[in-house]
Design a protein around this ligand. Structure first.
Ligand SMILES: Cc1cc2nc3c(=O)[nH]c(=O)nc-3n(C[C@H](O)[C@H](O)[C@H](O)COP(=O)(O)O)c2cc1C
Length: 397
């Protein structure tokens, strides 16, 4: 039997194969953050499709950490019934589910959260939302750490099988561990160890909130692609070593950030028209020029985080490594596991197009996913359009 279908343990959770549904913002929650029936249905299908572990879209742990209008919340107890329904549905189909806990930090807007976004430092204005964040006080940092802990408890109450801390893609945890975003001089900045402290404290806080053995996973960037140096492959290796010392139960590696370098995060075509459509009219002319200048620079390199995986894997010891990013061919996935570059194959866009792809691979019906990385699913996000495959010619589900 293919190595792709060998079970693996993450903490006390056993998953039946090596396929992971990488967190995918669905644009399907209510405006107050509750899980909707549509969102539940999406994951029911993925569980029916025999995905080993499902990680739904990032969930905001604190009202100030919300990025989008239709994002799922885990920031108050009223969210629990919907989250429970989501978990129960996945379990009924025999699936496993871990919640990705996130805080947007500076990667949101005043219009979304009602005040100036917060971050480790107030550095600069980003090129998309032009946000200049407010530097977090020591009390605010503690407040956010606690919010992650309480959110983890809610995940337990909802019955989730694990949690994942979203330390990638330019969100708050990524901001703390990045020398580009974090210019603090107190105990939360100034050195790699100090910048890592926030993530270290979060791991300890969520561990205390979870039952023994319930897996704590982390999604980490191996390259931020920020204008000046943020997390780089060599720094990611250092951080991975520290995460191994903290005995996390699995590490997923990615790259890029949602504001500064989203095309690094999701390599493939630049959907100029769709991206420009999502902009307010006054941003359209400049936006169009910017998007056009990006065309052809981010073509999909299959398995674009595999080189980083090869660097990270040796420092992790026994801790499973999941690699995400442009994995499209079954032969390449198999090789990645057989050569021990990684332990699990994580995918996002391919599951948007084919929720049943794992089953198809298992039954030997395909040797490649159908996703062509046109990125129209990504471009739908700023327009608040529900996630689905918007590729021309692909039937609407
Ligand atoms: C529509 C969309 C939504 C996404 N939402 C999230 C998210 O909530 N959390 C996250 O960590 N990554 C998110 N990502 C990034 C993916 O998880 C993944 O890292 C990236 O798409 C590369 O993998 P792929 O080539 O298999 O798509 C999203 C990507 C897309 C296209």
């Amino acid at each position: 039997m293919s190595i792709l279908f060998a079970p693996i343990n993450l903490g006390n959770m056993r998953i039946e194969n090596r396929f992971i549904h990488s967190a995918t913002y669905e644009v399907m929650a209510s405006e107050t953050g509750e899980v909707s029936d549509k969102l539940v249905k999406r994951y029911q299908n993925l569980a029916k499709g025999e995905v080993g572990l499902i990680i739904p879209g990032y969930m905001y742990v604190h009202p100030l950490g919300r990025s989008y209008k239709f994002q799922t919340g885990i920031h108050n107890d009223e969210m629990i019934p919907g989250l429970k329904k989501l978990v129960e549905t996945v379990h009924q189909e025999g699936g496993k589910i871990a919640f990705q806990l996130a805080h947007a930090g500076r990667q949101t807007t005043k219009a979304m959260i009602g005040q100036t976004p917060i971050g480790p430092s107030s550095r600069g204005r980003d090129p998309v939302n032009f946000v200049k964040p407010m530097e977090m006080t020591a009390d605010q940092i503690q407040d956010v750490i606690q919010a992650f802990g309480v959110a983890a408890k809610r995940a337990v109450e909802a019955g989730a099988d694990g949690i994942q801390l979203h330390a990638a893609h330019g969100y708050l945890i990524n901001q703390f561990i990045s020398p580009f975003f974090n210019q603090r001089k107190d105990e939360w900045g100034g050195s790699d160890a100090n910048r890592f402290r926030f993530l270290k404290e979060l791991i300890s806080e969520v561990r205390n909130a979870l039952p023994q053995g319930m897996p704590v996973l982390v999604k980490l960037n191996t390259h931020d692609y920020t204008p000046q140096e943020g997390v780089t492959p060599s720094l990611a290796v250092t951080y991975a070593g520290w995460l191994a010392d903290l005995k996390i139960d699995g590490l997923e590696i990615s790259c890029g950030s949602a504001v500064y370098s989203y095309m690094n995060m999701c390599r493939g075509d630049v959907p100029v028209k769709e991206l420009v459509n999502s902009l307010p009219f006054w941003k359209k002319p400049l936006g169009k020029l910017m998007m056009k200048s990006m065309v052809g620079k981010y073509d999909l390199k299959e398995g674009y985080n595999l080189e980083a995986a090869k660097m990270i894997k040796p420092v992790l010891g026994e801790i499973p490594l999941f690699v995400v990013g442009g994995l499209r061919k079954v032969a390449q996935m198999t090789e990645a596991l057989e050569q021990q570059y990684a332990d699990c194959i994580s995918m996002c866009r391919p599951f948007i197009r084919e929720p049943f792809i794992v089953k198809k691979i298992k039954e030997g019906k395909t040797d490649s996913v159908a996703c062509v990385s046109c990125n129209r699913c990504l471009a739908a996000v700023p327009s608040n359009m529900t996630v689905r495959c918007y590729n021309k010619g692909f039937p609407t589900p």
